[in-house]
Design a protein around this ligand. Sequence first.
Ligand code: HEC
Ligand code: HEC
Length: 277
Amino acid sequence: MRTLLASVGIAALALSGAASAGEDAVLSVDGEVFVTEAAAPDHLENVDTIYSGWVFRTDETQELQLDDFDNPSFIFLDQALDTWETVDGSEGKSCASCHDDVEDFAGLKSTLPRVENGELVTLTNLVNECRTERMGAEAWKYSGADMSAMTALIAHQSRGMAMSVAIDGDAAPFFEKGKELYYTRVGQLDMACANCHEDNYGNMIRADHLSQGQTNGFPLYRLKNAKINTTHGRFKGCMSNIRATPFKEGSPEFKALELYVASRGNGLSVETPAVRN
Ligand code: HEC
Ligand code: HEC
């Protein structure tokens, strides 16, 4: 889709050293270049190349992610850093009481969800386990403000790392379940995730440019609601849009779908916190 004009435009931008955006643009933050296009992982049958959702956004939206000072997510990450230090629960502890540094969580987002003792575990589950089992505090709401910000802060520590979610061994049954959900038509519009994000990415749907529905940028900031949005929140929105009754956030269905969708992005860079419309 690269036109002569676009190539000239990119060359001019590269010369001026300005941040560039557009479909052929490069996502780089502070000189670190992200993989937004990669060969599809072997298990994908109908797609050769995978793309980050960033590629499909407008120039204006893309640009917000090129500079952390412009990226509205960081206000929420700062709030999560405060929460990190805040004592809560009957044990009188904060996250910082036990975890030296949030940076120690580098490499976590890129490998989640994962299976532990036969159960599929998301980042949200891990955080709530610490709250309920180790702090004597109440679980945070699955996509509530505290949880969204904290999981974004933790996932951010993996920024730039390649998504590499395991799908074999213990994970295989969850992968199969997620795959089935991805291809099952639901709702009044009788559509599957695949009908939009596999068959039609790159096309316009109303005013929106359809992406492959990747999750490498999550949790992420959406201009639409001016807050951090979670993967399950997004799944819910997509299901509502096709007039289906969404599964619950944190449900076995959405966790399996999260594993499957994350695995479709194996090889893309973690972008958290991304910016989308
Ligand atoms: C009483 C000590 C304690 C407190 C307080 C605590 N944690 Fe933990 N946390 C642990 C232990 C122990 C583990 C399991 C071993 C490990 O991975 O470090 C763990 C694991 C985790 C993991 C998974 C790490 C991995 O690599 O699998 C995350 C994420 C996490 N904690 C986040 C938090 C957050 C966020 C808070 C505050 C809301 C918190 N923890 C509070 C002790 C604690
Ligand atoms: C009717 C078409 C349609 C269907 C069906 C659909 N979505 Fe979406 N989805 C969209 C649109 C439009 C967007 C916003 C633009 C974009 O990123 O594609 C979106 C965005 C997303 C995103 C965010 C991508 C990003 O980079 O920010 C994810 C993840 C996603 N969808 C997952 C799913 C899953 C999982 C399903 C099945 C449960 C699904 N979608 C079903 C239309 C659809």
